[in-house]
Write a protein that binds this ligand. Sequence first.
Ligand code: 1PX
Length: 214
Amino acid sequence: MAAAQGAFSLREVMAAFQSCVTEQREVLLGPYLRGWRGLVRFLNGLGAIFSFISKDAVTKIQIMESYCGGEKKEEYRTMQSMVRYELNGGLVDLEQRSAHPNSGCRTVLRLHRALHWLQLFLEGLRTAQQDASTSTICTDSYNASLAAYHPWIVRKAATLAFCTLPSRDAFLEVMNVGGPEEAVEMLGDALPHIRDVYGITEELYAQHRLLDLP
Ligand code: 1PX
């Protein structure tokens, strides 16, 4: 599996999330989406069974990339400017999906919830025993985060896919950041930044009552 990853290292993906937060504590959408692109690339290397997950993630990343590269790109520089622009312009469906089914706010919310899963998963991976099961860490993180937003059939498919994950050591190896110790150290450096991005976004969405967007 390592060969399929080529020179691709998860270190670069984590670096993208590290460069998201500005001095004004705003979250830059450019590096945020680059981080997600990298994660999806990594996910694709884990096998075709994960493709239903990566397809959904790619659809959402593409929606956001088209806003970020479109004629209103200045408004989509940061999470904060996006929320301001879309709310002031009445561009967000607040009760049910209708005129603006793919607003930036609702699309980012889905990625934001998935970032919570990632945070829990990486924390679990970092702190688990050497012989721990990646699949259990992944299932526990999923049940404590994203699962609450998914219907039964998606939960079932996701849980089945998790069962195919390699052992913790093999997984750390596929991350391509060196040996397991190095990978664990890299996660220790990267996690505070992911927590920061997650925390700022969560606060922004809570302030504007956007955490339940349809
Ligand atoms: C070092 C570890 C790196 C691991 C990288 C893994 C990257 C995972 C990327 C997951 C992105 C998932 C986005 C899901 C967004 C979502 O919740 N979409 C649902 C709602 O969207 P809607 O538009 O309908 O409101 C949508 O219904 C979801 C469908 C697909 C199933 C999503 C299952 C998510 C499981 C996440 C765990 C990934 C497991 C990776 C194994 C390592």
